[in-house]
Design a protein around this ligand. Sequence first.
Ligand code: SAM
Length: 193
Amino acid sequence: MAIKNQKEYFNETYKNWQEVSDEKTAIIDKIIKKLGISEGESLLDVASGTGVLYENLKDISLSKYVALDISENMLKELKKLYFEAKTICADFDEDIDLGEKFDFLVIFNSIPHFENLDTVFTNVYKHLKDRGTFAIAHSRTREKLKEHHRNIGYSLGRDAIPSDDTLLKLTRNYGFKECYIEDEEIFFFSCRK
Ligand SMILES: C[S@@+](CC[C@H](N)C(=O)[O-])C[C@H]1O[C@@H](n2cnc3c(N)ncnc32)[C@H](O)[C@@H]1O
């Protein structure tokens, strides 16, 4: 199996992504704590899906939460659950300019879907405030994700989660600092502008 068109695929399968297990909720909680997100800060949730991150963020009193996704059906579901959330339907694999900047930009459980990491990092840099934090997090480690993809017969033809080398290079090339990578229990990468 391979996904040919992300927008079509996720518009068709949006219902499959709504259920959030207690385990996933605990992982999201851990990620939010790791990032140290606090009241008054802003966050761009890239490839938000139906808003699984926001469920754990909504009580923090962020100054701004924006959910961005390529699938309008995912965002429609998000809006049904969280009418107050701002949503943007856009392709983060293309050069975009939202005209606003955030303290945090997070890609959760979605990095395998991005083909052009140079464009992703360019978009991230453009939309982060100075000292802002970018994070790529996944509820599975690289190895566990590979195993999962093997089990479901999903083939990408590239690393589902970029290697340490690739992430270090991108961090450097795009002028970020404080690169941190963890690949135990969950996958977590972060860097700062
Ligand atoms: C596996 S789902 C995960 C969604 C959500 N983060 C979660 O954990 O439930 C991947 C998401 O990536 C979105 N996506 C895929 N390619 C994208 C792109 N190029 N730009 C923005 N969103 C994209 C899909 O529409 C989908 O909502």
